[in-house]
Structures are given as C-alpha cells and as structure tokens.
Ligand binder design. Sequence first.
Ligand code: GLN
Ligand code: ZN
Length: 764
Amino acid sequence: MVTTHNLGFPRIGAKRELKFGLERYWKGESTRDELKALGAQLRERHWNDQRGLDLSPVGDFAFYDQVLDMSFTLGNLPARVQGFHGDPLDNYFRVARGRSATGAEEHAACCGGVAAGEMTKWFDTNYHYIVPEFTADTQFNLDTSRLVEQLREARALGVRAKPVIVGPVTYLWLGKAKDDSDKLALLPRIMAAYRALLDYFRVMDVEWVQIDEPVLVTELDPAWREAFVRAYEGFEVRGVKLLLTTYFGQLQENLDLACGLPVDGLHIDAINARDEIALVTEKLPAQSVLSVGAINGRNIWKTDLNAALDWLEPLAKQLGDRLWIAPSCSLLHMPVDLASEEKLDAEIRSWLAFALQKLDEVKLLATALNEGRSKVADALAANAAAVTARRNSPRVNNPAVKAALARIDAKLGNRQHAYAERAAKQAAILELPAYPTTTIGSFPQTAEIRHARSQFKIGALDQAGYQDAMRKEIERSVREQEALGLDVLVHGEAERNDMVEYFGEQLDGYAFSRFGWVQSYGSRCVKPPILFGDISRPKAMTVEWITYAQSLTNKPMKGMLTGPVTILNWSFVRDDQPRSVSCYQLALAIREEVLDLEKAGVRVVQIDEAALREGLPLRRAQWGEYLRWAVESFRITANGVRDETQIHTHMCYSEFNDIIASIADMDADVITIETSRSDMELLDAFDNFRYPNEIGPGVYDIHSPNIPTEEHIVQLMQKAAERIPARRLWVNPDCGLKTRQWAEVVPALTNMVAAAKTLRSQLQ
Ligand code: GLN
Ligand code: ZN
C-alpha cells in the first residue's frame, strides 16, 4: 500500500485570518491569549482539512516563520533579546520585527525595542525567513514546548502526526555567523540539541519525523557535504524514523550523498527531479522509504493524474509499501482553497487546483495505485477532460502571438547606436543639469486614492469619476515635483495598486483570484496573478495617464512600466511551456507599450525589473541560461526605441557583483538602484566592471520614516563620485515612495534637490 502525506500546509488561513489576527495583536487591539487561541483554531482547521492523508505535518504552523520557530526550539536567540522576561511569544516577535506589541510592552523600560532579525528569501520562493544568527560562542538550549503542544493538539484530534523540523545542516547553512566564524564548527553543539529533540519525540511515541534539508538541491562545498555525513551519522541510535526531505530542485552531484545517509526515508521533488527517481530507487538501501513529490506544491495547475499514474504505477509495483506520495514541497507557497473563487471565470477555474485540491489529488493517486484506476475512474476522467480542455483552449493558444514569437531575432533587442552616441542626442533634447534628480515612480498612496479605488471597485464611482480622481492625484504629484525642483518627473502611479497586477489586468492571457494569497513574510501576503495563456496587449495601458501628466509640465515626464522578467517572476506561470517563452511573450507586449509611449512624445521611459535577480536558479550552473533569456527579454522590450528616447531601468536590491555583466548587457541608458543603506559600497561592482552607462544610486532609504539630511546625501554622492564619473550619476531615492507619507517625502526630496545643487556647484 502506498502511504500519503503532506510536507506542510499554508498557515495564513483561507481568508488570511492569521494576518489579521497578528496585526490586531501588534496594534494592541487583542490579547496574547486571543492570538494564541487563533493559532490553535487554525491548526485544528488545517488538520481537519488534511484528513484522509496517512500522515499530517505538525510544527509547520508558525506565528511568523518556521525558521524562526526552529531558532526558538533550538534556543538560539540573538544576544540582544536574551534576558527578556516577558512572554516568549513577545520575544519571538521582537526578533521578527524589532518589537512585540503595543500594549504588551510591559517591559518597555527594561527590555524595549531591539534590532529585528535579518530577513531573506527562502530558496527560490517569494517567502522570506528570519536568518538565524551565530557566533563562535553560540550555545543551544532545547525548548520543546511548541512542538510538544502542537503534537498534543494533533493527537487529541486523532491526527497521525509527523513532526516537521528544519534539519541541522540546512539550519546552519541558512544562518549567518555575525563574527565571521566558521558555522560548521557549531555542528557538534547543534547536534546535541537535535539528538535531545529526537529523544523527546521518541518518548512521545512519534513514529516518523520529517527533517527538511533542501540545501541538498544546491551546490555544496566539500565541507558542507561532509557535514551531512557527520550530522546524520550522529543520529544513528534514536528510536524514531527520519524522513529526509529535499525539494525545489535536483540532487545531481548530491544524489549519492543523500541516498547514503543513515535515514529511514528520502523525499524527492518529482516535479523538478523526475529524472532522478530511477537512480534514487536504485541507490536507496533496501528498506528505505521513497517519498515522491508527484504533485506540484508551488503552482496552481491541476495535475495530469493519468500521466502521473503512468510513471507511478511501475514504481509502486517495484517499491510496494516503501512508496509514499506527497506534494513536491510544503504547500506554504499555495493559496488554500479554490472553492472560494466563485467569481473566477469558470473555464479557467476548471484548470486550477489550490492546496486543498492538491491534497485531493494526492489521495486520488493513492487510491488509484492501491486499488486500481477503475476505483476512481470518474474522477480520473473528469481530470483528463479538464487537462485536455486546457491544452486545447483557444484562450490559451493565440496563433498570432506564437507567430510573433517565431519572428523574434537578435536585432529586435538592439538599440540603433551605442550608448555614447545616444547619450549625446538625449542630452541635446532633455537639457538636464549635472547630477539630474528624479524619483523611482510612485508617490504616496493616500487615503483618498485608496478610497476612490475601492468606491470604483464596488461601483459607487463610475469610470469618469475614477479617472477624475486619479487625474487630480497625478496633478498633485506633478505640482509637488515642480515645486521641489526635480528634473525628470513621474506621474506618481496613483492608478496602480500593484506594479504587476496593474499590467496583468490589461493583458490578455492573465486571470486574477480574489483569495489567492500566499505568505511573503510575517503577516505580509501577495496575490500573484495567474498567467494562463499566450500574452497579448489589446490596447495601450499607460499612454493616457502619462500623456496627461506630460501635458501639465514642460519638464520631461518618465513613462513608467514594469518589465517582462518582473511580471513573470511575480506571477503564477504556465507549466505547459518554458518560463522563457512566457517571458518573451510578455516582452513583446510591453515593447508595444514602450513604442506607443515614444510615439505619444514621451522622451524618457523607465522599465522596472525589481525581480530580475530573484529569478536566479538555485544552482549557479543554470544562471547563465536564465540570465540569457531574461536580459534578451528586457532588450526586446526596451530597445526598439530611437536613440533620442532615454531608457531607464530600476532594480531595488543590493547584490550586483555576480550579475553585473548581464545588467550592463541590458544596455539601459540609466539604471537606478538601492544603495543608501550599503553606504555606496555596492557601487564597487559597477566601478570594477567599468559599467559604461548612467547610474542613479539611491540616497534615500524609503523603508525608513527617517528624513535624510542634505549633508548626508552630499556625502553619499561624493562617495559615489569616487567610483563612477560624476557626469554619469543621477540623484534619486532607493525605490518608489508609495508606502510613505507626503509629510515625509516633501522634506526628504527637498534635501535631495538641495544636495544635487551643492554637488553641481562643486563641479565648477
Ligand atoms: N516604479 C515602482 C514604484 O516606484 C517601482 C517599485 C519597485 O521597484 N518595487 O513604486
Ligand atoms: Zn524598487
């Protein structure tokens, strides 16, 4: 018999209950006990949702982040929060956010706010975890309370519980040594804590423990590979069974290592590593369980169940009871329930599966494997019909788009002339001073904007009324910018609630869910649009707003677009064609918009690629391939314009060293980046590479309410000028200003413009 299980369930709640509960608590509007009760309620609901599986995860719920949970379980708290004598949950929020909750600050005097833990992306997902902190002296101090409590709850509900923990090697790998010491030196100490934890599970009669080691799908140094051997040999006598889970990629050169570790079962992501299953089956010890992640845990499409059974059936025959099936990874990265999407187009809905539907697929596969396909013939037939309908739908396939794609050639991505020649022509037209000032696009999304948008959505405001309200906002930002004396203006993006959704809504080939929320970090969720078909642009998307804004001023107005790579990386995308094909389709559609803007007289167009870096594959060996099509897509989008049109791009992150050649290859005339917090050190990458075009290093940290002073900005720009010739520098904030207040933005930009003037005067 095949065993079914799940690696993790989305914790945020089908209606984002956890988000709202957390925010109430943080604002002091609810009590700690109410928040804890909400947690228990969600766990109970989610275990009920997973009924019918043989084993369900326990410990996958977290109030903020599963890695932070693990830090608390291991007693690895940063020194700055040790000695807190309030409730541990409040201390947990202090590490997560720098503070606990208004009203819960009983210890404000003795243990007030602290620096929040650093946050970074969980592998190649859009989920962010709190980075564990280490020093050479880190001691671990096991605290089993969270896991024991949740195990008790699960058992009380009759759940066959499988505790989930982050494995020791991945935990160390994910963390940061604050004193630059060798993290692996901590392995013996951390193993003592893990052994004690497993011993606890043994005492509690746990049969299986899921131990997540996703770093096994990345390129590991010999020392880290060796750490795996040392760690897992250290587990040998234990009394509980270990299921070692890998996901998000292939094991490749780590395959032998993973198969040779003394554990009781191995989970493989069969969506990414189907090809490795035969070899893994061969190499696994004879009694080991092989868990295959046969259902995509990261995407929202129905599985082709018959196709899955075609390869699962022989495997089941070969492995018998040793075969387990599950989604490919934790369902954390999926919305909860498709059933809530009543408003979604029925045809598109029939192609989709969210977390609950994915678990139904797992159960269906198991029944078919255990009792034969005939047992679930109707369900399989319905699934086949949906899969075929999707494949053949005219809404998915647009011959004109496919033909345009086939016509793409390298010339499409080339500017007429090289940067130097273009720059001279642009300078003659734009007549900008040295150190030109600009902003990144958005201005504060005020209460009035949000109100107008929600009124429009519910039909209380008509199209004309909405357009009027947005035009007023655009006018306001233009007036403010003129008063500030900025050189290149923006319209302010009042009409956009999201830089991807806004374009998705206007492109054919996109659909939108209402409740398709996925946790990004803590209480923050994103609702990725669904790219389901060939992409085309029925009509211009931004031209009206931008030309209106341009009509209000003689200063150059930047057209403002989101680039194809960012739209792709922040969407749920098709699984029936390579990502590169979807990206090229987006590139052609946005290219039309760029050309329409140019035709309408817009002289500067910015194409944001905020998410280009985060699309990098987990393995470096695959970076080149990704960067090749990502850069080519950007070039196709941007480079069809005349020499005289100035192209800007914007990227808000701070690591460029390893991709600088690709960034230069995009050949934008100007790139604006986030640098204010890194004290311009980031520019070293551009300097060392001799980046040839213009750069606007951010001088205003827009994540902070602090107002940068004129002196500070001048200093930052002087540092920049030590690395990049002054005549190629722009002065701008790190990113868009939509989350700030006008009351902050005006003084900050006043200082920025004053700083630019000072810098200009120093040039003479
Ligand atoms: N133009 C966008 C804005 O200003 C850019 C946002 C981003 O880079 N994340 O809001
Ligand atoms: Zn940005």
